[in-house]
Design a protein around this ligand. Structure first.
Ligand code: NIG
Ligand code: FE
Length: 411
């Protein structure tokens, strides 16, 4: 089955050879072809180039993309889309003056979601989560990472990860699963941290490994949550089962966590709203990808990750939604890209690189996703008629997506 897009106004993120990620100055470059064609064969990108070289293929399905931009689908490397219920009341409480941390210290926040999740059946959880997965695919996401972390019990964590596994087998979108048992200490372990770590390491992890339920391991390394030492134990334990660390760190305080994550070979460090020069030095010359989550900053009114400082220090940066009920009840990567440009002063080129190839790297899938390269998965966003790709962040509240193709099929 062949699909041939012709007359594409701008074909973005075109890379002759597969790349892993882009860093620093290179993030300013977003290679594109004006007036292009793009050939899809089955679920793969087969060929592309300027219209003057367009092959004539009588059996291909022809799609005229005049006035439209085509780019790779978004790679959202950090979400918590498997959750039960909502936290609308906490949202209103914050409007009325409480902070995220105050709400959490009163037993709200993550523990609120955990209580709800443990009362919800696996089928009901699947049904609620599937709606969100369908929603983000419509919004142009073609690969997504999903975390556990609202169970905080053996059964609850397994339930979440089994739901992720079911989503994986029922949907064409690439899904990576992350075990985040270390999201918060349950109340009964508030004064017994080592007891919870034991449960996590000796009970949860072996079961997760036996059922092959996770690709990565995460912890909320933060003042009042998991200390550096506790997070190091968790990273080490995960690695024994082949789970690479992807860590929540530096959301509210900088306590040296980034250096510890880099030393443990973390694939990503996520949030980084608060960051020191030592944190930046730790990331330089490492393979660890910093990940910014601007919808979280927007929603709970905390600082934006200093993207300029990171990129101008030569580092790469990925952008993700953090879709979750507490700090970012939105999985819209178009909003993330626009907010990165508007509030973090990333150029459109940097933001699109961060949301495609660097997002793919942040899930370990940049060999198959994140660029328009021959042999890669046919995962495409086709826009409505627009002036140029600058309009994607410019018209930030408008849905500019006409069609989304995942694995060669329009969804
Ligand atoms: O990435 N910071 C930790 N975890 C989530 C929020 C969890 C919640 O509030 O439910 C985050 O922001
Ligand atoms: Fe998160």
């Amino acid at each position: 089955m062949q699909t041939l897009f012709i007359n594409i106004k701008e074909l973005l993120q075109v890379r002759e050879h597969s790349i892993e990620k882009v860093s620093g100055e290179a993030m300013k470059l977003l290679p594109k072809i004006d007036n292009a064609y793009l050939l899809i064969e089955n679920d793969r990108i087969a060929d592309f180039g300027p219209m003057e070289n367009c092959p004539s293929l009588p059996n291909a399905k022809i799609m005229d993309a005049r006035d439209r931009v085509i780019l790779p689908t978004w790679a959202d490397s950090h979400t918590h889309i498997v959750f039960a219920g909502n936290r609308i009341q906490e949202f209103v409480d914050r409007i009325n003056g409480l902070s995220y941390e105050e709400i959490a210290s009163r037993g709200g926040g993550i523990l609120n979601s955990a209580k709800r999740l443990n009362e919800t059946s696996e089928d009901e959880l699947y049904a609620q989560s599937e709606v969100r997965l369908q929603e983000i695919m419509q919004q142009g996401t073609g690969a997504v990472e999903i975390k556990s972390g609202y169970g905080l019990t053996v059964e609850g964590e397994l339930k979440m990860l089994r739901v992720i596994k079911r989503l994986k087998s029922n949907y064409p979108i690439a899904i990576k699963a992350t075990f985040l048992g270390a999201h918060a200490f349950p109340i009964e372990f508030k004064e017994n941290h080592s007891g919870y770590l034991q449960l996590l390491i000796d009970e949860m992890l072996p079961k997760i490994a036996t059922e092959n339920l996770a690709d990565f391991i995460d912890a909320f390394l933060e003042t009042g949550y998991f200390s550096i030492e506790e997070s190091e134990l968790i990273m080490e334990a995960g690695k024994k089962y082949g789970l690479i660390p992807k860590i929540h760190v530096n959301q509210f305080t900088a306590i040296g966590g980034i250096k510890a994550c880099v030393a443990k070979g973390a694939l990503t460090v996520d949030h980084l709203e608060i960051i020191t020069d030592e944190d930046i030095m730790a990331l330089q010359n490492s393979q660890t990808m910093p990940v910014a989550l601007p919808s979280c900053s927007y929603f709970i009114s905390i600082p934006y990750t200093p993207a300029r400082k990171l990129i101008d220090s030569g580092l790469p940066l990925a952008l993700a939604t953090d879709y979750n009920p507490g700090t970012s009840p939105s999985g819209n990567m178009n909003f993330v890209v626009a907010t990165a440009c508007i509030k973090m002063k990333m150029t459109p080129e940097e933001a699109i690189n961060a949301a495609t190839i660097n997002g793919a790297y942040a899930m370990g899938i940049s060999a198959t996703h994140g660029t328009i390269t021959k042999g890669k998965r046919a995962n495409l966003i086709v826009t409505k008629p627009i002036n140029s790709y600058y309009q994607l962040p410019y018209s930030f509240g408008t849905n500019l997506i006409e069609k989304v193709m995942i694995e060669g099929q329009f969804i």
